[in-house]
Design a protein around this ligand. Structure first.
Ligand code: PMP
Length: 467
């Protein structure tokens, strides 16, 4: 960086320098991955952009990796390079890749019947375990967290008779129509003057989210009070800490305030713990002793096999039972032929019972602390105006000196090219980061050496940026 170059004050880094390093790393990636390149070229003949789901093109390389295998906390690409996997399938593989108890349970179940649309003993075991972890007595299953959220919102509207839902600004709860919304105007405008609009990139919404949704900034109880006061909101769906825009932690008293305001206004409070389960075996909900009316959890609990769950309080369960006519239950908007199918229930029993245990968290959380400490040291050593947040076994760096207070704060300091550079740099040195923002997750199989491999790569790239 020369003194005359403009410096992007938002991140403290020169965009020219980012581009220079990015070009170099893109070339390095291409050179190291001839076989992956050929596989991608072939895949382009049958898949849109050569990927089975569009967001896979967001991986930082010139083309996405093709993995030959993934086991424990490591993955091997088609070109034979080894990676420490801190992405873990964006939490789908938080239990580690192919944990032995899940493989054994799935193999056993494959021979006993994969799907029958009937309950299994494993399903009741998983329901009991989720009740023990999260403190809610009744559970239902789906294959994705998206579906679990959609069904929870439908049920909340059904039992309250209210039309609207509320969510945090810059949340992500899957491809759930009502949730892909933000506020217009500027965060410095009064909340009352801001309206719900579709989030940038929201493709073909069925209904304008302005008609379905109230959006509230994270950590803003005054705004929430205003959004709920007229008692038109059926449910508030939240992650108890934002994890999908970058980690944004709740300020002291925020979640208590959320509970008080939702109770006072008769709004069903839904905690989506799909990512925040990283806080501990019962997620933020149990760590903080919170009492949501409903709770959603997906991804992790199947150890890699599709399964998600939604739980509810005794009161919500009783109201739902009164609402659902059995005769219409198969066509009433809540369903999924394979929901709660035998294979996923067997996998969830093994993942919860034998892999994502209290002992596993006791190993994972200190590893994330080590990752956090390493990143903080690098940032301090190179005087980068950046910060690090952590929630249990998950941690993240932010291009701002103090951690964000809400989603808009994080978005204002995000930099797509800089993120790509950081991800690509460490990928070229054997570390996979989640391709969305700057997030790393520990699994029960992750080791201190794995964490240190990331710290070394991060040190090099931050050094190259701030030299
Ligand atoms: N809820 C949260 C909090 C999530 O992070 C995600 C996915 N990132 C989802 C729901 C949706 O999960 P899925 O794509 O498996 O349906």
């Amino acid at each position: 960086m020369t003194m005359s170059e403009p410096v992007a004050t938002r991140t403290g880094v020169s965009p020219t320098r980012v581009q220079e390093l990015l070009d170099r790393e893109l070339a390095r990636f291409a050179e190291r991955h001839p076989r992956t390149h050929a596989l991608h070229a072939h895949a382009r003949e049958s898949l849109l952009d050569g990927v089975p789901m569009n967001w896979m093109v967001k991986w930082a390389g010139p083309f996405p990796l093709f993995l030959e295998s993934a086991s424990g906390a490591h993955a091997r690409c088609a070109d034979g390079h080894d990676y420490v996997d801190l992405c873990l399938g964006d939490t789908g593989a938080m239990a580690g890749h192919g944990p032995a108890p899940v493989i054994e349970a799935v193999e056993r179940q494959l021979r006993r019947g994969i799907t029958t649309m009937l309950p299994t003993v494993d399903a009741a075991w998983v329901g009991e375990e989720l009740a023990r972890r999260f403190g809610l007595p009744s559970w239902q299953f789906t294959l994705t967290a998206t579906d679990a959220n959609r069904f929870s919102l439908r049920l909340a509207r059904a039992i309250t008779g209210r039309p609207l839902v509320a969510v945090h600004e810059w949340c992500y709860h899957g491809s759930v129509d009502e949730t892909i919304a933000v506020l217009d105007g500027s965060p410095s405008d009064p909340y009352a003057s801001r309206n719900t609009v579709a989030r940038r990139g929201n493709l073909g919404p069925q209904v304008d989210p302005a008609e379905t949704t109230r959006v509230v900034p994270f950590n803003d109880l005054d705004a929430l009070d205003r959004a709920l006061a007229d008692e038109q909101v059926a449910a508030l769906l939240i992650e108890p800490a934002l994890t999908n825009v970058g980690i944004v932690l709740p300020e002291p008293g925020y979640l208590e305030g959320v509970r008080e305001l939702t109770r006072r206004s008769g709004t069903i409070l839904i905690h989506d713990e799909t990512h925040t389960i990283c806080a501990g075996p019962g997620g933020v909900t149990r760590e903080g002793g919170y009492e949501p009316d409903m709770l959603v959890i997906g991804k992790t609990i199947g150890g890699g096999i599709p399964v998600a769950a939604y739980g509810m309080s005794a009161d919500v369960a009783a109201r739902i039972r009164e609402t659902i006519p059995i005769e219409d239950s198969d066509v009433g908007g809540i369903g999924g032929t394979l929901a709660g199918y035998a294979l996923s229930m067997a996998a969830a029993r093994a993942a919860l019972g034998e892999v994502l245990t209290e002992e596993a968290f006791a190993r994972m959380v200190p590893l994330a602390e080590r990752w956090e400490g390493g990143a903080n040291d690098v940032i301090a050593r190179h005087r980068a105006p950046w910060s690090v947040t952590r929630l249990g076994a998950r941690a993240e760096y932010h291009f701002m000196p103090e951690p964000p207070r809400d989603g808009a704060d994080q978005i204002a300091h995000a930099d797509y090219d800089l993120e790509r550079l950081l991800h690509l740099w460490v990928m070229n040195r054997g570390v996979l980061m989640t391709p969305f923002h700057n997030m790393a997750l520990m699994s029960p199989a992750t080791t201190e050496a794995d964490v240190d491999r990331h710290t070394a790569g991060f040190d090099e790239v931050v050094g190259a940026l701030f030299a």
